[in-house]
Design a protein around this ligand. Sequence first.
Ligand code: FMN
Ligand code: SF4
Ligand code: SF4
Length: 226
Amino acid sequence: MTDVRYFTGSGHSESIARACAEALHEAALPMGEPLRENAVLLLVFPVYCERVPPPVAAYLKTCGAERAAFVACYGGMSYGRALYDAKTLFGGTVVAAAVVPTEHAYTKDGYPFDEAALAPLFEKVRSGESSSVVIPKGKRHLLSGAPGLRSRLGAKLVRSSRCSGCGVCERACPMHAMHAGKPDGRCIRCLRCVRVCPEGALSFRLSPLLKAYLRRRRTDETRLFL
Ligand SMILES: Cc1cc2nc3c(=O)[nH]c(=O)nc-3n(C[C@H](O)[C@H](O)[C@H](O)COP(=O)(O)O)c2cc1C
Ligand code: SF4
Ligand code: SF4
């Protein structure tokens, strides 16, 4: 029995969670939905600044599952210590984990999801085998220690006059950082508000520094820990 849960900003982790759920004949639900007793939690989440996004970090500490598998989606730049941190924060048994390349939320280019590459992970989750995986610490970029700052310096949210003040973005924001189309200092630039705005009133602008960083060569490495 597997409970597939996801956290997403721009939607990639949600589509990958749906594909995982289909392969496992389960449903994909947002993180926070109740978990069944004895189910393995399969958590799909994005890599932000080479780390686990703050809402995922908080969830991992309190979700109450005993066994988990992780699928971390990254934009082809670097996944740093995201899986290592997820395992440490979770504290229970991690039976399988993977990093998969996706489109980058900021550039809209990247890699199509290769579901077949995750077949061995589905196999291990389905088997009920409970051996714990070893995840090496991995390298970290200098600025990944300050993900909030890095995101805020790198991307700016812009609200246009099309904003109707409907509050959809406020209700969708995982950080409670949005106020009628204007983010406060808690914003992690996940772009969920941009995706859900019914008026298309929100967009984002990248700083020259982040644009230059994103022009670096990408990697399409899928890595499994079984
Ligand atoms: C705030 C932020 C930080 C990101 N940091 C990284 C990163 O460090 N390395 C990387 O390869 N991709 C990075 N990405 C790209 C995402 O990991 C990738 O686009 C992922 O598919 C987004 O998932 P989502 O659509 O479910 O939010 C970042 C994206 C955002 C929005
Ligand atoms: S969802 Fe869009 S239209 Fe509604 S308040 Fe937010 S920015 Fe304005
Ligand atoms: S305000 Fe920031 S944290 Fe909230 S949904 Fe928008 S980009 Fe994400």
